[in-house]
Design a protein around this ligand. Structure first.
Ligand code: ZN
Length: 147
């Protein structure tokens, strides 16, 4: 596999300068996620009120794909209703798992991650942040794992 095919400009940019980095001081929701296969670790903290995801921070260490994916996710979900977030997750999941799926216009920059579906191990890097976000919204106390 040629990593250059994966690391398109958007991914490189979001890995070098992750958006919404860090941890909210008083989150309404939070969760931890681990991807043992790659070693990616992530904590997502959220501020949710009135059914809207008003703020999000992602903190952790991991490979370029996991870092960029968390950054892209944070931009995509911030300020959106939980119903919209759930809809976006469905589209991302389809994009990452279905070889026939064409990324819809709603995905925006998230489409930059569509190339990882050719590399099953990398799908876990890209989806870790979404599973962690879901765990936070569901109130799961135990860390989520991609294994
Ligand atoms: Zn990774």
């Amino acid at each position: 596999m040629d990593l250059a095919d994966l690391y398109r400009d958007v991914i490189v940019d979001h890995n070098r300068n992750p958006r919404n980095r860090g941890r909210l001081p008083q989150p309404s929701h939070s969760a931890e996620g681990n991807n043992p296969l790659c070693g990616d670790q992530l904590r997502v903290t959220l501020e949710v009120s009135d059914g809207v995801l008003r703020d999000i921070r992602c903190e952790g260490r991991g490979c370029a794909i996991s870092t960029a994916s968390a950054s892209l996710m944070s931009e995509a979900v911030k300020g959106h209703s939980l119903a919209e977030v759930a809809g976006l997750f469905g589209q991302v999941h389809q994009m990452l798992t279905s070889h026939d799926a064409v990324p819809g216009p709603d995905l925006g920059k998230l489409a930059a991650l569509s190339g990882v579906r050719e590399f099953p191990a990398r799908v876990k890097c890209a989806s870790l942040c979404w599973h962690t976000l879901n765990a936070a919204l569901a109130g799961d106390a135990a860390p989520v794992s991609t294994e």
